[in-house]
Design a protein around this ligand. Sequence first.
Ligand SMILES: NC(=O)c1ccc[n+]([C@@H]2O[C@H](COP(=O)([O-])OP(=O)(O)OC[C@H]3O[C@@H](n4cnc5c(N)ncnc54)[C@H](O)[C@@H]3O)[C@@H](O)[C@H]2O)c1
Length: 266
Amino acid sequence: MASYPELQGRVALITGGASGLGLAAARSLAGQGMRVAVADLDAGAAERAAMALGPSGGHLAFSGDVASQGDVHGWVAALLARHGRIDVLINSAGIPDSFLPTVEQDVADFRRLVDVHLTGTYLVTQAVAPTMLQQGRGSVINLSSVAGVLGLARRNAYSAAKAGIGMMTRTMGCEWAARGVRVNAIAPGYMLTPFAQRLIDEGKLDAARLRRRTPAGRLGTAQHVAEAMTFLASDAAAFITGVTLPVDGGYMAWGAASDAYEGPLD
Ligand SMILES: NC(=O)c1ccc[n+]([C@@H]2O[C@H](COP(=O)([O-])OP(=O)(O)OC[C@H]3O[C@@H](n4cnc5c(N)ncnc54)[C@H](O)[C@@H]3O)[C@@H](O)[C@H]2O)c1
C-alpha cells in the first residue's frame, strides 16, 4: 500500500463499512492514520469493524440505514460532535438486485434498490457536503459498478442506480470543484467480497465464466478497490474529480466476441 502522510489525523465516514469493499477501505484509511467512522445497517458488524481498527484511533461505529435521512443526519451530527470535521466520505453501502426477469420484478424491490444505492449516496453526500465546503477540502468516493456502464439483463434496478451514481458523481464533482471538494466513483468489476461470494454460492454469478470474460483472468479483491479509494482520498488525486474509475482487471475495456482470457483457471 502506498503511503499518504497528509491523511494522518483526517476523518472519514464509510457507509457499508462493516463488510467487503467498505471494510477494506476502513482498514486502509485507518492504516494511513485516519480516524474512521463505520456506518452500517448491521450494528454488531459495524461495532466489530470499528473495534478491529484499533482502540486508540478515535474510530467510531454507527448503525442505521443510508436511505433514512434521520439516520444519516444522526451519524453526521455525532461524527462532527466527536471530531469536528469530515475529510473523506465513502458511499459503499449496497445490496444486490433480484436477478429476476423484468416482467417478474417487484416494484417494491426496484424502489428499495434505488433507495439504498442512489438515494442513499445522495443523502449521505448532501449531509456531509456543507462541512467539506466550509473546510475547503473533501473527497467523496462513490461505488458504481460495471453494471452502471454495461447492459446486464435482470439487473434493472441495480444498473439504473449505479448509472445514476456515475452521473451524480459528475454533477456534484462539477458543482464543488472550485471549492476544494472532489467527488469521484469507482466502478469495480467482480471482486470477491461477501456480496459477490453470496451471488456465486446462489448460482447467480458463474465465477469461471466471469474469469474468462475478464482480461486479467481472475476476480479482484477488496484490497484492489481499497488501494484506489485511498489514492482518491489522498492529495495525490487533487486534480481528479467527476471521474468513474474502473477497477475491473480490464473487464470494461474488452469488446471482442471471444473470451478475454484463455489461460488456466486452476
Ligand atoms: N463486490 C463486488 O464485486 C462489487 C462490484 C461492483 C460494485 N460493488 C458495490 O460496492 C459496494 C460494496 O459492496 P460489497 O461487495 O462490499 O458488499 P458487502 O455486502 O460485502 O457490504 C455491503 C455493506 O453494506 C451494508 N448495507 C447494506 N444496505 C445498507 C443500508 N441500507 N444502510 C447501511 N448499510 C447497508 C451491509 O450491511 C454490508 O455491511 C456496493 O454498493 C456494491 O454494489 C461491489
